[in-house]
Design a protein around this ligand. Structure first.
Ligand code: SAM
Length: 252
C-alpha cells in the first residue's frame, strides 16, 4: 500500500497549483523580533486537530493512547498545542518527546531543495524553553533528544531515556533525509495503532516533485508491508495525517 499519486492525479494537482500555489513561509530567514511570537500553524487550529486525534486513539486504545513525539520543535508552538490539549483530556501517563537539533535545518537541505537552506528555522534550545514557558508549558515535562536525527535516533540514547510508546507523532522536519531518519527509527517501534501527522507533505509542492515526506512516508509503507495507513482529516492543506495500523501477528 502507498499514497503515491497516479499520473492523472499528479497532472490535476499540478494544474490546480497554477491557480492556488502553496504560499512560502515568511519565517525561514531574516530578522524576527521575538521567535516566541511565531506560530507556523495557528495554535487553536492545532489544538482542535490534536483533540480529534486523541478521540480517535481513545476509541481504539482507551485512555492509554501512548506518547507524543515531535520531530521538529523549533520554538515549541506545536509542542505547546499538543501538551495543552493532552492536559484537557487528563492524559496523565502520556510522555512528551521533543526531537530537534535546535540549529535549524541541517546541511544538505539545499541539495534536496532549492528554497530550504541549512539553518532555516533555527531556535536555540534556551529560547524554545522560554517560549514554552510563555505558553504555559513546563519544558522540564518534555524528554528532550537534542541533536541531528541521523546521530540521535539510536538504541544508545533510548536505553538511557526509555523507549517511547508510539501514540501521536508530529513530523515537521521539512526534508526527505530528515523524515526518512524518523521513519527508519519509528518502523521497529510500531506495534500499536498510532497517528502520524506529516506537516510538510505538500511543502513547496514536494509531493508533486516526489520528494520530502511524500517520498519517505511512501517508502516507509512499501518497506513495512505489515503497517497499514488510513488517511484522516488533517489541519491544513499543506499537511497530511494518517491513522497507522500495524498488523501484528500473534506469537505462537
Ligand atoms: C519547521 S521547524 C518545526 C516547527 C514546529 N513544529 C512548529 O510548529 O513550531 C523544523 C525544525 O526541524 C528541525 N530539524 C530538521 N531536520 C532535522 C534533523 N535532521 N535533525 C534535528 N532537527 C531537525 C529544525 O531544527 C527545526 O527546528
Amino acid at each position: 500500500m502507498n499514497f503515491r499519486y497516479n499520473p492523472i492525479k499528479k497532472w490535476l494537482i499540478t494544474l490546480y497549483r497554477q491557480f492556488y500555489p502553496i504560499p512560502g513561509s515568511p519565517w525561514t530567514k531574516g530578522h524576527v523580533d521575538d521567535l516566541c511570537q511565531i506560530n507556523l500553524v495557528p495554535p487553536e487550529t492545532l489544538k482542535t486537530f490534536f483533540a480529534d486525534c486523541i478521540k480517535i486513539l481513545q476509541k481504539i486504545k482507551g485512555q492509554e493512547i501512548g506518547d507524543y513525539l515531535e520531530f521538529g520543535v523549533f520554538n515549541g508552538s506545536s509542542m505547546g498545542s499538543a501538551y495543552l490539549t493532552a492536559q484537557n483530556f487528563h492524559l496523565n501517563t502520556m510522555k512528551f518527546f521533543g526531537f530537534d537539533s535546535f540549529e535549524g535545518l541541517p546541511a544538505g537541505t539545499d541539495e534536496e531543495h532549492d528554497i530550504l537552506q541549512k539553518g532555516f528555522y533555527c531556535c536555540p534550545f534556551e529560547k524554545t524553553k522560554e517560549c514554552l514557558q510563555k505558553r504555559g508549558v513546563n519544558p522540564d515535562d518534555v524528554i528532550w533528544i537534542k541533536g541531528v536525527y541521523q546521530q540521535t535516533l539510536n538504541d544508545e540514547i533510548f536505553k538511557k531515556v526509555g523507549y517511547p510508546k508510539i501514540g501521536l507523532v508530529f513530523i515537521d522536519c521539512d526534508t526527505y533525509s530528515s523524515s526518512k531518519a524518523v521513519f527508519d527509527f519509528l518502523a521497529p517501534l510500531m506495534t500499536e495503532p498510532a497517528i502520524f501527522c506529516l506537516d510538510d507533505w505538500k511543502l513547496y509542492d514536494m509531493d508533486i516533485k516526489g520528494t520530502g515526506e511524500y517520498k519517505s512516508f511512501n517508502e516507509f509503507l512499501e518497506k513495512n508491508k505489515h503497517i497499514k495507513a488510513k488517511e484522516i482529516k488533517s489541519y491544513n492543506r499543506k499537511s497530511k495525517s494518517f491513522l497507522i495500523l500495524p498488523q501484528v501477528t500473534p506469537e505462537n
